[in-house]
Design a protein around this ligand. Structure first.
Ligand code: SF4
Length: 206
């Protein structure tokens, strides 16, 4: 769940003092997805690239550790936080344990977040590295694939170190963010964050 109070309190950025946002590289069009694509286009996130009052820093944790293209991976036995705590594993489709590389990548992402003194991270949801609201519970290609509430390894690393993370599907939060970046932006009151949509409520019985 995103911290809307935090977003409400963000300052209005200027060219001299831009808002610093760390983004999943694929959300900016960089072809670092497991299959060598950018995982599709998400206008809600791409719009952030248009402002000269926003400094975007990009990083792809999986590419950092495993290159592109690469195998698909998912978290087995828990969430990204559990992986960081040694209680769950990141496994590839073919059964290779990628936990160590994923943790190293999360530490690199944290290092970047600290060095750049980011205000916020906007990350690709559902990824085993970058997911922040929903991730797969085990192999996503399994016949009985399952989702769970939780963050991927890199998002969890940022969150547990005090950084705020929203996903490209947190439309209500993005509306607040855009109103901070662009004072002429009118907030769409019907926009919803990922945890507020019908699918989420029905799937997780919330
Ligand atoms: S690890 Fe993150 S940045 Fe890299 S392709 Fe997956 S979602 Fe995108």
């Amino acid at each position: 769940m995103t911290d809307r109070n935090y977003l409400q309190q963000l300052r209005t950025p200027t060219k001299e003092q831009p808002l610093k946002i760390l983004m999943s590289a694929c959300l900016t069009g960089i072809t670092c997805g497991y299959d060598g694509t950018a995982n599709g286009e998400y206008p809600s996130a791409l719009k952030l690239l248009k402002y000269d009052t926003v400094k975007i820093v990009t990083f792809c944790p999986e590419e950092f550790s495993f290159g592109s293209p690469r195998e698909m991976c998912d978290i087995h036995g828990g969430t990204g936080l559990d992986v960081l705590n040694g209680k769950a594993k990141v496994m590839t489709d073919s059964g290779i344990d990628w936990s160590e590389g994923m943790i190293k990548a999360s530490e690199k992402m944290l290092e970047i977040a600290k060095k750049e003194q980011i205000d916020l991270a906007v990350m690709m949801d559902v990824s085993a590295a970058c997911g922040s609201q929903v991730i797969y519970d085990g192999n996503r290609f399994a016949e009985n694939k399952k989702y769970q509430i939780g963050a991927g390894v890199s998002a969890a690393q940022l969150i547990r170190n005090g950084f705020k993370v929203i996903s490209q599907r947190d439309f209500a939060s993005l509306e607040i963010l855009y109103s901070k970046i662009d004072p002429t932006h009118t907030i769409n009151p019907s926009a919803k964050d990922h945890h507020e949509i019908d699918w989420y409520k029905e799937y997780f019985k919330i």
